[in-house]
Design a protein. Sequence first.
Length: 287
Amino acid sequence: MDVDAVVLDIDGVLVDVAESYRRAIIDSIYTVYGQTIERGDIQAFKNAGGFNNDWELTDAAALYVLATKEGVEMSVTEFTDAIANFGGGVEAAHAVVEQFPRQVHTRVNDMWDHDRLRNVFQALYLGADRYRELEGDEPPVDASGYIENEPVLVDPETLDQLCSRYSVGVVTGRPVGEAGIALDRVGLSLPESRRFTMDDPEPGKPAPDALITLAGRVGADCIAFVGDTLDDVRTARNATETDSERVYYAIGALSGGLTGDDGRQKFVSAGADGVIPGINALPGVLD
C-alpha cells in the first residue's frame, strides 16, 4: 500500500467506546422503556449497515424492543437481517415495523420517542456538566458521563509515525464537540479542514463524500481508511467506485465491535484490503 494519506475513524480505532457509546445505547432504551437489548446485539445492528450514527441505532433498537413488548416474536438477528434487506439504517427499521400487523406497528410508532431517546442518550453519555455545555439545556437524567470511560487505543509513538509520514485526517459519526474531546484525549491535533463529523454537510458513512473531499483537500492520490465497522469498509469501496482519480484502501481494525476470526472474515467479505488487530499495527502494515 503506497499511500500518501491515512484517514481514521475515532470510535473503536482511536478510543474504546464499549463502556461509553455502546453502554449509552443500552441504558437509554432501558431508561425510557424499561426493557432493552443485550450488549452483543449492538453489533448485529452495526453489521446491518446505515448505523454510523448511534442515536439512529438507539432509535432502531428501541423499535425492536417496543415490537417485542407488543408480542412480536422475532430475534434480533431476524430483525437486523430484515433491516439489511431494506437497505440499512433507521428508515429501514421503520420499514420492518410497517410489515407487522397494523395494530402492532401503530402502537409501536405511538410509543417510539426519538427526542426523548436522544436527550437521555446525550445526558448519560456526556454527563450533566457537559450536557449543559454542549446541548445548552438541563439534562433529563443525572449521570456522571460515560464519555469519561473511553480508554485510548492508540500509542503516542503510533501517532508520531503516522503524522510524520502521511497526511492524516478523521472521518467520524461523532458530533463535532464530542469528536474534539476524543481527539484531545488521544493527543491528535488536526486542523478543522481534516476533520469530518456528523455536523458537516456531507452525508454520513457509508456514503463516500467526506472521504473523497478530505482526499482532495490534502492532495492525496492513495488513501488508507481505517475503521472498525463494515460501513467503514463500504465507505472506502464506495469512494473507489465514485472517484476514479484516486486509490482507496479499506483497513478493518479488530479493536471495536468486530473481533477475532469471525470479525476478520466479515471484514474480508465486505471487501477490506487489510485487517489489523488495532491502530498500533498500522505503521508496520503500511511499511
